[in-house]
Design a protein around this ligand. Structure first.
Ligand code: SF4
Length: 276
């Protein structure tokens, strides 16, 4: 539980999102590229929902806190539903923000109920709007379902931002283009990030099951953030740096009425962002 005795919340830019732990690690833990799934622990652990609510009520009584960021890599819809049930039963309304997975049981009804008890952000990470790509990444998402949920979120909060992963081994450029088209047609804000293999991800640990061979010294160096690789099989693949410039050229006609931007990161060496 955060101890805020030395922090005068009124002196911070408002609203202050107070962190409240929901779980550690990820209950799904299957996405091929993920390096976060176990967090700093080796197994997934969660905090009892009654305790989560009791923590928020304590922080509200003691410090006047009303706005909370649930600390989770991705809340399970089942636990989100239980949290909403408890808040409804207690008649408590806090401002809440969380990450959640787009599983089939993250229903539109649950999202509406969550917003009714005070959620202001339910952040989600689809990574792709192509079923073939989602399956390659082992995301466990159903394309129709995730689009339905995102449309609902867009209606509720007016804007939806999604990150697409470009260049997953074995994927095809046409699949990324299909995803871009979905974003364009439905008015989602989009960020495109190039795929990279990182140490401790499942694709790093089991490259052959993804049709990939790791190459070079970086594959052996723990300190290397990313690893070089070759794709051995799968549908025709592409290398993001090779297609980046023509891709931007092709899609910038959709960037009408606003600016696009290039983001420099150490890990994601390139990003591409724009509200349609
Ligand atoms: S990418 Fe997200 S949902 Fe997938 S294993 Fe990692 S934390 Fe879990």
């Amino acid at each position: 539980m955060p101890v805020l005795d030395k922090n005068d919340l009124s002196k911070y830019a408002q609203p202050v999102f107070i962190p409240v732990e929901l779980d550690r690690g990820c209950y799904w833990s299957k996405c091929a590229f993920c390096v976060d799934k176990t967090g700093i622990h080796k197994t997934y652990k969660n905090v009892d929902i009654d305790h989560v609510v009791a923590t928020m009520m304590h922080l509200h009584r003691k410090y006047g806190a009303k706005t909370f960021q649930l600390c989770t890599l991705a809340a399970s819809p089942k636990r989100l539903r239980k949290l909403v049930d408890v808040l409804e039963r207690k008649g408590r309304k806090f401002r809440l923000s969380t990450w959640a997975r787009l599983d089939d049981d993250l229903t539109i009804d649950l999202i509406k109920r969550a917003y009714d008890v005070g959620f202001v952000n339910i952040n989600v990470a689809p990574e792709s709007f192509c079923q073939e790509t989602l399956d390659l990444m082992r995301k466990g998402f159903n394309i129709e379902h995730i689009i339905g949920v995102l449309d609902e979120l867009k209606q509720l909060r007016g804007r939806v931002t999604v990150a697409l992963i470009a260049g997953f081994p074995g994927d095809a450029l046409k699949n990324l283009e299909r995803s871009m088209r979905v974003c364009h047609e439905r008015g989602y804000t989009v960020i495109v990030l190039p795929f990279q293999i990182e140490h401790s991800s499942d694709i790093y640990n089991n490259p052959s099951s993804y049709g990939v061979a790791l190459v070079g010294k970086s594959a052996k160096r723990d300190i290397a953030v990313t690893v070089r690789y070759r794709v051995k099989r799968g549908v025709p693949h592409y290398v993001w740096p090779d297609v980046r410039a023509p891709f931007i050229e092709k899609y910038k006609r959709w960037f009408v009425g606003g600016e696009s931007s290039v983001i420099g990161y150490d890990v994601f060496d390139f990003g591409f962002t724009k509200s349609w």
